[in-house]
Design a protein around this ligand. Sequence first.
Ligand code: 5GP
Length: 216
Amino acid sequence: MIKTNNNGLLIVISGPSGTGKGTIIKEIVKDNANMWLSISTTTRDMRPGDIKDETYFFITKEQFEEKIKKDDFLEYAIVHHNQYYGTNKEDVLKRLNKGYDVILEIDINGASQIKQKYPEAIFIFILPPSMEELRKRLTARKTESKEKVIERFKAAYKEINEITKYNYVVVNDEVQIAVNKIKSILTAEKCRVDRIEEVYLNTPEEIMHEDLADIN
Ligand code: 5GP
């Protein structure tokens, strides 16, 4: 009866380091063959647990700046400790055109660049249950120096101030609850009336002609 737009959803997820965005996103992508998590490019050093070309594409500052010149990024920003992070344009557009839903896990600057270029994207902000809990989670990771943890904690306050620029907010109290909330958001987004491209609707006379004939 209706034909809806087959393009995938562009989903932007942001939130301070330590909110558990990564865990939530992994769960969402895990059992959904139609969903793709974009792999960003960065100049930051690899950390324990990082996997080359999977967590990120790790390149040098010079290589990153070369890519900026070639307009290879959908968005890019300098995030923590003066390191570049960017979304690879070609990878994302190719998947969206094929109908995949694409998740970008990016910071608030990147998100505002995407909002200008793709206002129809869905912007979701993940919050920790409390700032005390965020501090605990950041400290427990033990993958970074104390200075870097403090820097990330302070950055969290700045990021949270931008929350009203997003469409949805999800508190990560329990991973599975947060995952279910995001899945519900995406289901609702797929049902939006503005995704309808065509409506095929027969007239009542065409459908009820037998009943109408009986009356006459
Ligand atoms: P981490 O160094 O912990 O992997 O990531 C730090 C921050 O960089 C995260 O908050 C993440 O959202 C952001 N980030 C990761 N990839 C990108 C990207 O491609 N673009 C932008 N703007 N931010 C990113």
